[in-house]
Write a protein that binds this ligand. Structure first.
Ligand SMILES: Cc1cc2nc3c(=O)[nH]c(=O)nc-3n(C[C@H](O)[C@H](O)[C@H](O)COP(=O)(O)OP(=O)(O)OC[C@H]3O[C@@H](n4cnc5c(N)ncnc54)[C@H](O)[C@@H]3O)c2cc1C
Length: 412
């Protein structure tokens, strides 16, 4: 029988660092744990634990509860309202909060465009855009991918033509997460065709309420509305909304992508899901698994992979210099983290067996009464599996991450 003990951090001993540094780490971990137990809104925690879909209001409540501790943008410099967390504190926050039932912090404002603005933006842009991100008053979307320009992002075709004091932007973005909630979109646009494709790209901040913008939902196979197509038809954008230099957008885009990957191991989420699976295995008979001993070995193998990934992430976070771009380690974490999430979700469905054949998207939106197809806990597990298929695609697909590793390490 598999051990009931839930995974708890820190279960991997620190590999280096002084005694007082470890005491600080543990103290910070305890603070995050206390926040999850005492301040995280309980209905948000329950939805996260049940793998249900979170509304914009749920996400806002989560952010407001973080604001009480000054943790909405803990890794930002103090000058811009952050707490100047070290990379290790940031990792501990991500891990411990997700383990404790906090949602994935929708990253587009706080983690992506915020650091681009305070690193490369004008002082007017810093004062206009950073405070509403910190206060969760303005929501952002990421307008990078286009049809035929996903992995090959430099092939993007959305065009911005300068006309006096504004740009006129025309084109299409796709897979734009939560554009339906967004007030602003940071967007890669083509301002020139003259040089290498990367050099003709600029980084533009676009007000989503401007005439000429149409957001069309894409329903994903979990029946939820996460992503969209965004059509831009002669959208007028003031010149002062260009970040940095015209034509230098590719370097800001790469800076942002490296921040994106560093958070992608999601070890806290995998710990939560693995704990859930262990509870399920010990409490609910399976009609899908014939060989119980083999299934137990499978759980132990996943647990070992998770410990190895955590040890890798912790060592990397302890050694990381935040002023340097992350190395290939970020790609390794993205690959291992996303594959492990998928493995755990798949094992959960294997255990549920035929009861996982039913799936009702109505249930994962929290409308239990309307459903006739079995317990919400099953729909939640199926949603985790279905939506999790995307984790090896977004943030740069795992094939592209492998290319990055082979180029850096093998020179291929
Ligand atoms: C749920 C979800 C949310 C997303 N949110 C956003 C968002 O908010 N904003 C945004 O801009 N984008 C977003 N994306 C888009 C995401 O970044 C792209 O889907 C991703 O970069 C892959 O691009 P693509 O879909 O065009 O696939 P393609 O680039 O067409 O790739 C298709 C397949 O070919 C493989 N492939 C491509 N090139 C190579 C190569 N050189 N070597 C080996 N294999 C290769 C890929 O790995 C993939 O398996 C999201 C995607 C998903 C699924």
């Amino acid at each position: 029988m598999i051990q009931q003990n839930p995974l708890k951090a820190p279960s991997v001993p620190a590999t280096n660092g002084s005694r007082s540094a470890r005491a600080n780490e543990n103290e910070f971990r305890q603070q995050v744990r206390a926040y999850c137990e005492q301040e995280l809104p309980p209905h948000v925690r329950e939805k996260v634990r049940g793998n249900l879909f979170l509304s914009k209001d749920d996400n806002l409540e989560f952010l407001k509860s973080l604001a009480g501790r000054g943790w909405v943008a803990g890794h930002w410099p103090k000058a811009y309202g952050g707490a100047e967390w070290t990379p290790l504190q940031r990792f501990i926050f991500e891990e411990e909060s997700m383990l404790g039932g906090a949602p994935w912090l929708i990253p587009f404002g706080v983690n992506y465009v915020g650091p681009v603005i305070y690193t490369f933006g004008s002082s007017a842009q810093k004062s206009r855009f950073l405070p509403p991100i910190l206060a969760s008053q303005e929501w952002w979307a990421q307008g990078y991918s286009e049809p035929n320009a996903g992995s090959d992002l430099a092939g993007l075709k959305t065009r911005a033509i300068r006309c006096g004091d504004h740009y006129v932007v025309t084109g299409q973005k796709v897979w734009t997460s939560y554009a339906q909630w967004a007030d602003w979109m940071f967007c890669l646009v083509r301002t020139s065709d003259e040089s290498r494709p990367q050099q003709g790209i600029s980084f533009l901040l676009i007000d989503m309420h401007t005439p000429g913008i149409t957001v069309r939902p894409i329903r994903t196979m979990d029946g939820c509305h996460h992503v969209n197509e965004v059509f831009l038809d002669e959208v007028k954008v003031p010149v002062e909304n260009m970040v940095g230099e015209e034509g230098s957008g590719w370097s800001y885009a790469k800076f942002l992508l490296s921040n994106e990957r560093i958070l992608s191991s999601e070890t806290g989420r995998s710990m939560r899901q693995l704990n859930h699976l262990k509870t399920l295995v010990n409490s609910t008979p399976s009609d899908g698994v014939q060989d119980r001993a083999a299934f137990d070995r499978r759980i132990v193998q996943m647990e070992l992979k998770l410990h190895a990934l955590r040890a890798f992430c912790l060592a990397y976070a302890r050694a990381m210099n935040p002023s340097q771009p992350p190395g290939v380690e970020a790609s390794i974490m993205k690959i291992r983290g996303s594959e492990l999430q998928q493995e755990i979700a798949e094992a959960t469905l294997d255990w549920l067996g035929s009861s996982a054949i039913v799936y009702d998207p109505v249930q994962v939106h929290g409308q239990h009464a309307a459903s006739h197809v079995g317990p919400a806990s099953t729909s939640g597990a199926v949603r985790e599996y279905l939506h999790g298929r995307a984790s090896t695609i977004y943030g740069g697909s795992n094939e592209i991450q492998r290319n990055i590793i082979s180029k850096a390490e093998l020179g291929l």
